[in-house]
Write a new protein. Structure first.
Length: 546
């Protein structure tokens, strides 16, 4: 990038051109054509350097600087997309490459946010003035600057980091500029690839509604999906200068702080802005009704970014956190210190928890042998050593832990695990609900305990709606039933409301399938119900005794 320092300083022509190699859009495109296509991280770093130098070099006409910055952003978008796709495909909490990909995206967005703001203030002279005639270029700079500012929130949540207050402060400054200039509801199309126009108000509400949607409790791919959903319905969001039931959340444009739910004490300051999802709730419900009309497969098909279960899960999550019954922590956490033993994967879990129905193992083993599979039945055969983490705090149905740097490569939000405290004799089953990677390479995790009394139970498939169960032909010509191993989770919450559930392999789940529960001499039939939760190797389903 800095080759121009060695002799190109004379490009200026008596003030006709800025003293910069990217003195025009055409020259910018020529220089950007040399970026390494196979190294998106390096290419994005170079673009960040160009953004900063174009922003800081005097002599650009306002429209020219804006056009060159737009060219730099448009070029960087494809490299950023590649980096984030790579991150989503193999995100690891302790992996330097994973974090580096997000950091490069953050640097790109931060540089654009600052450059567009400087362009508005210094070149267009817009701050604090009401403008009668506003051209398309100015609106493009305003909306693009707000977009890059807001997207920093998404990228930080992708990497399990909270949003820096500096980001909120800059977003609010952009919006104050829009309001003072009377542009907050003016329509613009800042990106050619986007068919739907936007407004500065929508650009502010997008990250605000995402933030109150509790992104910190979503896995990275679900953060990305939530961001796309919010962008799709941003025109339905509502903002007001006065509090009301339709505007339950608030920001103070004069304070660089995250949005919050104000409850019974709305701030009485002129810079307070109150907002809510507005008609966006109805839009999400319509999407949910369409998706929930059919049975939901837990797995993604080849080439598919998101499964329908991913979509339904994120829709329900946003509706929950945007609604009147927004969750909050019920149980007080107390500080704790000690070792926590952790095992992950459904296969490991069902081999260490209490096992029931062992009197029919011979038939089950024969079935698995006929399929050509080996079957491990007892905990002593587990060949994976538990990871040892550090306990930080505990509540009635949760544990806060620290994930050591040498462990936890499998860790992400939504992963099921077996948990055993150092002073306990039995394993619990939980799901990782929160991750916080703000403090350098230190990662804290919050584990929701699903059951303190889990039991591994075999199910013999009987049939569905009067049909015969699937059977397996043996070498002798006889038939064997199909067996499914499950983990029964006795709820740690209100058992009268939630009841017990089953965790099984997604490939084994068939809604309304009738099974015989192998729990002793007296058999009982159960019927598989709907999905409650899912992960990479499990689904949690309701069931009913028959």
């Amino acid at each position: 990038m800095l080759k121009w320092l060695k002799g190109l300083g004379g490009i200026g022509g008596g003030g006709e051109k800025p003293d910069h190699p990217m003195y025009s859009v055409r020259e910018a495109e020529k220089l950007l054509a040399d970026l390494p296509e196979t190294s998106p991280g390096k290419a994005l770093e170079e673009i960040v350097g160009w953004i900063e130098s174009v922003s800081q070099t005097p002599g650009f006409e306002p429209g020219l600087r804006a056009a060159v910055l737009r060219t730099l952003e448009d070029t960087g978008l494809r490299f950023e997309e590649t980096l984030l796709n790579q991150y989503l495909g193999e995100a690891r909490i302790h992996d330097h490459r994973s974090r580096d990909r997000c950091q490069k995206s953050l640097a790109f967005r931060a540089a654009l946010s600052e450059a567009y703001l400087n362009c508005l203030v210094d070149d267009f002279g817009i701050e604090g003035e009401a403008r009668a005639g506003v051209d398309e270029e100015l609106m493009t700079v305003l909306c693009r600057g707000m977009r890059s500012t807001g997207l920093q929130e998404k990228v930080r949540h992708l990497n399990y980091q909270g949003v820096d207050n500096q980001v909120w402060g800059r977003l609010y400054r952009y919006y104050r500029i829009a309001e003072k200039s009377g542009l907050e509801n003016r329509s613009a199309k800042p990106y050619r690839a986007e068919q739907t126009p936007t407004t500065p108000q929508q650009e502010m509400l997008r990250p605000l509604l995402l933030e109150v949607g509790a992104l910190e409790s979503l896995a990275p791919e679900h953060v990305e999906l939530a961001s796309r959903m919010v962008a799709r319905i941003a025109s339905a969001f509502a903002l007001s200068g006065k509090p009301s039931p339709a505007h339950p959340f608030c920001v103070d444009l004069a304070q660089p702080a995250s949005p919050f739910q104000y409850g019974d004490a709305p701030p009485a300051v002129p810079t307070a802005r109150f907002f809510g999802p507005g008609a966006g709730v109805d839009r999400l419900k319509e999407m949910l009704d369409r998706e929930a009309a059919n049975p939901l497969p837990g797995d993604r098909k080849e080439g598919q970014e998101f499964s329908r279960w991913d979509v339904v899960r994120v829709l329900k999550h946003l509706l929950l956190y945007w609604g009147p019954e927004r969750p909050f922590r019920l149980n007080k956490r107390t500080r704790a210190q000690g070792k926590i033993y952790i095992l992950h994967s459904l296969d490991a879990i069902r081999r260490v928890v209490i096992q029931v129905g062992t009197d029919q193992f011979a038939a089950i083993e024969a079935t698995y042998a006929e399929r050509g599979h080996e079957l491990s039945l007892v905990a002593e055969e587990l060949d994976v050593a538990p990871e040892v983490w550090t306990e930080k705090d505990v509540s009635d149905n949760g544990i806060g832990v620290e994930v050591p740097p040498k462990h936890g490569e499998w860790v992400k939000i939504g992963r099921m695990c077996a948990v055993k405290r150092s002073d306990a004799d039995y394993w619990w089953v939980g799901v990782i609900r929160r991750l916080d990677a703000k403090a350098g390479m230190s990662v804290s995790a919050g584990i929701e305990i699903l059951s303190k009394n889990p039991a591994s139970m075999w199910l013999k498939l009987v049939g569905k709606e009067g049909q015969m169960a699937s059977t397996w032909a043996t070498s002798t010509g006889s038939h064997r039933y199909d067996y499914v191993n499950s983990v029964m989770l006795e709820s740690e919450r209100d058992s009268a409301t939630l009841g017990s559930t089953l965790a099984i392999d997604p490939k084994e789940y068939v809604q309304d399938m009738v099974c015989e529960a192998l729990i002793g001499e007296k058999s009982r039939l159960i019927k598989m119900g709907g999905q409650r939760d899912s992960g990479d190797d499990f689904v949690i389903i309701s069931f009913s005794w028959m």
